[in-house]
Design a protein around this ligand. Structure first.
Ligand SMILES: [Zn+2]
Length: 415
């Protein structure tokens, strides 16, 4: 299907433009486009921009939202998340993933980096939903043969162009030295990138120093983890040498400000990462530690926390933050998206700026980051297909049924 948007205010442009989508590609951006389209959408001055890339999430944790708040990461994870997750079946994960994806699409997220402890349920849900994703294959549940599990999981990716695989190692405190090395070797053998939660809390860093006399970053470097294209989530507690290692190996960093704040973990030095040329992307983390999937909230925190942390209001500008929330995440996952540009994938959103909190609509980058709200999104398109428009979803599943199932699962968990 070919779609033409007319009277569009495109982020970064002053005049109203037309944008033509041919199949799944942004084919043309111009003042007037003559090509006929299957559908013409008059945006009447609404803002057209790249969809958000949520570079770190665990969507099935929608099922655990609010199950335990106001405790630190270690208590939250080991005493509440892991025991509850042990009760979740593949089918539960499937419904939890779909619920998270619906919330994401409603909020203008067009691409996700999903990691959860199972394969089939999540991947099936992602494929059904039609969102773009990179999915991290992992071994959270007891398994004596990860190679067999990983091999089997990789088959699930074959028939989709929207989802690509990576290898996800949960963290250095839940994975042994040998497992990290073996799984990194597996990633190398299959030419896959790797990812990990890294230096999220002071406890993690302290424990690693005691055990190995190395920071978590130095420890992973010594195990050859960064020899693969790598992504590190959180990176809250970093010294100068850690930052240099991440920069030297071109490691992508994903910052998750809400989750770090809510779990009392700290503030990641995003400004320092950017100064060192590190590709920084933005993620919500799971909805049990955030507790929403709202990239507007993350953008506000991502920028403003740095200003407070460094006592400098000039750092991590609105323009840098928007890049972090879109382009940088797509770059990290290797998708040709995240930018409104001819030849790029049509992963777009429309934001209704005809609202009091955007007026007088002068500096749109500033307005989006410092005043914007997820509810302002009125259209979400992934790969040239409209998945949400003016209150109506066009997903590959029955959302009402998914919501009903999720309520039942949660009831069962609380028994
Ligand atoms: Zn996480």
């Amino acid at each position: 299907m070919n779609v033409k948007f007319i009277n569009a205010r495109i982020l970064g442009e002053v005049d109203l433009k037309q944008l033509y989508i041919k199949g799944n590609i942004i084919h043309k951006i111009s003042n007037i486009i003559q090509e006929p389209a299957d559908r013409v959408i008059d945006l009447k001055g609404k803002l057209l921009m790249s969809g958000f890339v949520n570079a770190h999430c665990h969507n099935p944790m929608t099922l655990l939202r609010g199950i335990k708040d106001d405790v630190n990461l270690q208590t939250w994870l080991f005493d509440y998340m892991f025991p509850n997750e042990a009760k979740l079946s593949e089918e539960d994960l499937y419904y939890g993933e779909l619920l998270g994806i619906a919330e994401s699409i409603r909020s203008g997220i067009t691409c996700i980096e999903e990691n959860y402890f199972s394969c089939q349920g999540n991947i099936e849900a992602i494929k059904k939903s039609k969102i773009r994703a990179r999915f991290g294959i992992t071994t959270e549940r007891e398994s004596d043969d990860f190679v067999k599990d990983f091999d089997e999981c990789l088959i699930s990716f074959k028939d989709s162009n929207l989802i690509v695989p990576s290898i996800f190692i949960h963290s250095i405190y839940t994975t042994s030295e040998q497992e990290i090395m073996e799984q990194t070797a597996y990633a190398k053998a299959h030419n896959l990138p790797v990812s990990i939660h890294l230096s999220e809390t002071l406890e993690e860093v302290g424990e690693c120093m005691t055990k190995h006399n190395q920071t978590p970053v130095e420890y992973l470097e010594s195990l050859g983890f960064f020899d693969r294209p790598a992504t590190a989530y959180h990176c809250v507690h970093m010294d100068k040498d850690d930052v240099k290692i991440l920069a030297d190996y071109n490691v992508n960093v994903v910052t998750c400000p809400s989750s770090n704040l809510k779990l009392g973990s700290g503030i990641a030095p995003v400004h320092t990462f950017l100064e060192n040329g590190i590709n920084v992307a933005l993620g919500t983390d799971g909805p049990a530690s955030n507790n929403s999937l709202d990239m507007f909230k993350e953008m506000y925190l991502c920028s403003c926390l740095q200003k407070a942390h460094f006592y400098d209001s000039s750092v991590v500008s609105a323009s840098q933050t928007l890049k972090i929330a879109t382009e940088n995440g797509a770059k990290m996952m290797g998708f040709k998206s995240g930018i409104i540009k001819e030849g790029y994938l049509a992963d777009l959103i429309v934001v209704d700026i005809n609202k009091l909190h955007y007026y007088p609509c002068d500096n749109m980058e500033s307005n989006l980051v410092y005043a914007g709200r997820a509810d302002d999104v009125v259209l979400t398109m992934v790969n040239g297909e409209i998945l949400y428009e003016n209150g109506k979803f066009n997903l590959g599943f029955d959302l009402d049924y998914v919501i009903k199932k999720c309520f039942e699962i949660r009831k069962r968990l609380e028994k």
